[in-house]
Design a protein. Structure first.
Length: 662
């Protein structure tokens, strides 16, 4: 039988399509309209948030223009209408500490925010030492992590977001987190110990807003309005707003780097027939070198490039079944670590302490081959001294310090690129725009600031920048002179046993003078908490607790508390001796280590500083130098790392470094 083919007209197809899908399209359009009209909240306003007690609190968001928004909280009902710009804001009256509470926000939709506390909220900002979380210090703070089940301490972690084009209104975030032994791994160590000390004392909920980024200058955290007195910086800000300019500059920089990379000769350790980490590689002409240590200090000169280290170790059977932990201290700059030919870890820059997990079964009973490929781009390369170098497994350890074999895989001999990459987070205003601006409407009690390392090369500029930042942030929050607490930079780098100049000492001086000369500003003195070989010193608990002492004095008005180490107050000259008086002496001045007072230096008109003698008498310090009968200048703790500075009060708090012209 012949089959008839029906020819369907295009108009019929259209009618059929509309019949089938018209309703769906209509619903999608309606849904899109509803989504546009629904109330939306900023990331910081959500479940688990901590609202500031005793202050008017802003709740804000976005909705359809003209939409009525109602907020119900703690038996109060508050209403407003959305503006033409789609924004709305409601102010809640001051509240006492307490909770948990729920909040209802209603417009065309309804939002319920749960588990809200009312307490004190502190911003924690700055660079990497504020960024460091418990996850990077598990071993040192194992006990504190295990005991960190305090739901009334909470953190809101602002994601790293550098924006060149101007301030933004919101940024994504997973929300507020209660402190538990699991979640605290993401908490700033300093901020947590600050909050815990205050919580233990006042039994008030504590919220910490962590907005910090490693390696960043103070200019990046300052708003454009806050930089209006810096004409050259304003010019940079304007150029950076032009995305075409930034993209073009970065393309040129990438091309320049690519050209520079072409000048490399290639690493022989990975370009040969057998890689140097392969157990079958025959190590001919390898030489002896010590770990830890820099290769420039062990007979190698002017080498930027790749150096391979290898060593065979004997491993007992007991260490082969379970995962092993390998600690490789700190390595300058980057490394790749191999065990029996298997790569088990790598780090791309010098600052993190190396701790790698070797899966069970990779180590074997008897001989095992360890190989480390180290890449260094400038300065001394190798393994930082005074750090742990060992393998830990099943309760046993193998020490990795001592002699290894080494061989140079590649020598870098390329020209430096003539174009510079524009890194957003190092540009002025960018971190303010992307991380601070979105939270300036959130009511807070005060600010913790740990920063300065990235500005240490220009302390004169920092002298203006730091008080300028404080003024800028206070104006942005519009809460008056809210407390601003500065973590003074600790000791760092090699100990110099002769009086010397120091940019780090000058940064500390700026931090001290800013605290003394700016209303409601405190200082945590940390000159004894650093490590000579690690800019990220691990002893962060007292940093947070000393900032908490400053908060107790400045914000909580405990006038009888010893909130600081000794601060120079005044001086007088009697003959060839200088008599120093101090504030914050507590129950008395003492030598912190039981030895004679040290790290005082004086100079005459020639400014040729000599170490001086010093002694405590009647809670004053008398300083003199037999070779300088007419002293004109005095310094205390004036060095990158004044390791033997030992003036303290009896409460165990160190004196701030200082210098004076007599």
């Amino acid at each position: 039988m012949m089959q008839l083919t029906r020819i369907i007209h295009p108009q019929e197809i259209m009618k059929s399509f509309l019949a089938r899908f018209g309703t769906v399209i209509f619903l999608l359009i309606l849904l899109q309209f509803q989504l546009h009209a629904e109330i939306r909240l900023p990331a910081i306003i959500g479940d688990g948030m901590v609202l500031q007690r005793d202050e008017s609190v802003k709740i804000w968001g976005w909705a359809e223009p003209g939409e009525r928004v109602t907020v119900k909280f703690k038996k109060g009902t508050y209403k407003t209408d959305t503006g033409k710009d789609g924004k709305w804001m409601i102010k809640l009256p001051p509240m006492l500490a307490g909770g948990p509470y729920d909040m209802e926000i209603r417009g065309t939709n309804k939002i319920i925010i749960k588990n809200i506390l009312v307490g004190d909220v502190w911003i924690c900002s700055g660079q990497s030492n504020m960024t460091h979380n418990f996850g990077r210090h598990r071993e040192r703070y194992a006990r504190e992590i295990a005991g960190a089940n305090i739901p009334e301490i909470r953190q809101f972690l602002v994601p790293t977001n550098a924006v060149m084009t101007g301030p933004i209104e919101d940024a994504p975030n997973p929300g507020w987190k209660e402190a538990t032994s699991e979640t605290v791994l993401d908490f700033t160590v300093i901020g947590y110990f600050f909050a815990k000390k205050l919580y233990d004392r006042y039994h008030i909920p504590m919220g910490i807003i962590n907005a910090s980024v490693g390696g960043t200058p103070i200019e990046a955290w300052t708003s454009e309005n806050g930089l209006k007195e810096f004409s050259s910086i304003l010019a940079t800000i304007e150029k950076n707003k032009d995305t075409a300019y930034v993209n073009s500059a970065n393309r040129k920089a990438r091309e320049a780097e690519k050209h520079a990379a072409l000048q490399k000769t290639g690493d022989k350790g990975i370009t040969g027939a057998v890689t140097w980490y392969d157990p079958s590689h025959e190590p001919l002409n390898w030489k002896r070198i010590n770990i830890p240590g820099y290769w420039e200090d062990q007979g190698i000169r002017n080498l930027d490039g790749v150096v391979w280290y290898r060593r065979e170790i004997d491993v007992p059977e007991s260490m082969t079944e379970l995962d092993a932990i390998v600690k490789l201290g700190r390595i300058v700059n980057a490394d790749e670590f191999y065990v029996n030919g298997k790569r088990v870890g790598n780090t791309t820059y010098e600052y993190p302490q190396r701790e790698y997990v070797v899966p069970g079964g990779v180590l074997k009973t008897g001989k095992n081959l360890l190989v480390i490929r180290v890449t260094n781009n400038s300065g001394k390369g190798g393994f930082v001294p005074d750090k742990p170098y060992l393998i830990i497994a099943s309760g046993d350890t193998i020490d990795l310090k001592g002699y290894w074999q080494y061989k140079v895989g590649e020598v870098f001999s390329y020209n430096k690129p003539n174009s510079t990459f524009i890194s957003a987070q190092h540009q002025p205003t960018t971190l303010y725009n992307g991380m601070i601006a979105p939270i300036t409407r959130y009511t807070i009690r005060g600010i913790l600031w740990y920063q300065g390392e990235s500005n240490a090369s220009n302390p004169q500029a920092y002298k203006k920048m730091l008080p300028n930042l404080i003024s800028d942030w206070r104006s942005q929050w519009k809460l008056g002179d809210i407390p601003f607490l500065i973590a003074q930079l600790p000791n760092f780098m090699e100990v110099d046993y002769s009086p010397s100049e120091s940019n780090w000492a000058m940064i500390r001086e700026v931090q001290l003078e800013t605290a003394l000369n700016t209303a409601n500003t405190g200082l945590g003195i940390n000159i004894d908490l650093g490590e000579w070989n690690d800019i990220h010193a691990g002893n962060k608990k007292p940093v947070g607790e000393r900032l908490a002492l400053a908060a107790m004095k400045i914000s909580y008005r405990e006038n009888n508390i010893v909130h600081s180490g000794p601060i120079l107050k005044s001086w007088r000259i009697e003959g060839d001796k200088i008599i120093l008086s101090f504030d914050a002496v507590g129950s008395g001045l003492v030598s912190g280590n039981g030895e004679e007072l040290a790290h005082f230096a004086i100079a005459g008109e020639d400014k040729n500083f000599k170490w001086a003698k010093a002694e405590i008498k009647n809670n004053e310090v008398i300083v003199w130098c037999d070779n300088i009968p007419h002293p004109k200048f005095l310094r205390y703790g004036w060095a990158d790392n004044p390791d033997f500075a030992n003036l303290y009060n009896r409460e165990g708090l160190p004196a701030s470094p200082f210098r004076i012209a007599l």
